[in-house]
Design a protein around this ligand. Structure first.
Ligand code: DC
Length: 227
């Protein structure tokens, strides 16, 4: 059976990764969270004390960076130059810096190369901002997942609370709005729906409903119209 490339793009906290993760499990596909790769790059600049303005040092860093994604039942593990940084890259400073570093052309070139290499044989679900537009414009299936910012902020807030972290809801919403703007208005590969992607609004959908909807669209075939 042909192993597809499935691209899932959309703004932060729209439900992309939850959906992609569950769908990958169902289809026995590899799940790649490309945001985590930008986060790893951001962390590396902190560890190496590199300014985002210093392209020369950034290039040297990119030439030697090693990002490995390991699979476990509890979710992907991200190794940065051999070290497990899965938790660290979710912290607030990295969240902001990852959006800032993602505007830089040489960073994107490197990440896109790595992502194409990982996905070249298919059987992969990749989520991010530019998967359907730039990384795999020929992806077999493309989805663009959106949700109202209030709902996205609430989801993030609950997620943090479940981990024992108490955030201020209005701050979470502010941060999401800032990132939406930064990710959508950059010059290179901005967050944008591919013309041939199916848009799904998850504002009023449960996780199960989201996975079902995408799963059904895949079963129905390439030109399936949903919503
Ligand atoms: O998906 P995420 O929130 O973990 O992504 C972190 C940042 O990385 C996001 O603000 C923008 C950037 N990113 C990107 O530019 N392109 C991607 N394919 C994935 C993420």
């Amino acid at each position: 059976m042909k192993k597809y490339v499935i691209a899932i793009d959309g703004p932060a906290a729209s439900g992309k990764s939850t959906t992609a993760k569950l769908l990958a499990k169902k289809l026995k596909y590899v799940y790649i969270d490309t945001g985590a790769m930008y986060r790893a790059c951001a962390l590396e600049t902190i560890l190496k004390n590199i300014s985002l303005k210093d392209e020369k040092s950034l290039q040297i860093m990119l030439d030697s960076i090693r990002i490995d994604i390991l699979y476990s039942d509890k979710g992907n593990i991200l190794l940065l130059n051999g070290d497990d940084v899965t938790k660290r890259i979710r912290e607030a400073d990295i969240t902001k810096l990852s959006s800032e570093i993602a505007v830089i052309g040489i960073v994107r070139t490197k990440m896109v190369d790595l992502q194409r290499e990982i996905g070249k044989n298919g059987g992969v679900i990749m989520d991010g901002r530019d998967i359907g537009t730039v990384v795999f414009p020929q992806a077999d299936y493309k989805f663009f997942i959106v949700a109202d910012v209030e709902v996205r902020a609430y989801r993030r807030w609950i997620e943090a609370k479940e981990k024992g972290e108490i955030l201020i809801l209005s701050d979470v919403e502010k941060e999401l709005n800032w990132r939406d703007q930064n990710d959508s208005n950059r010059e290179i590969s901005p967050l944008k729906k591919a013309d041939d992607a199916l848009e799904i609004d998850t504002t009023n959908l449960s996780v199960t409903e989201q996975v079902e909807l995408i799963g059904k669209a895949i079963e129905r075939g390439k030109n399936a119209e949903i919503l």
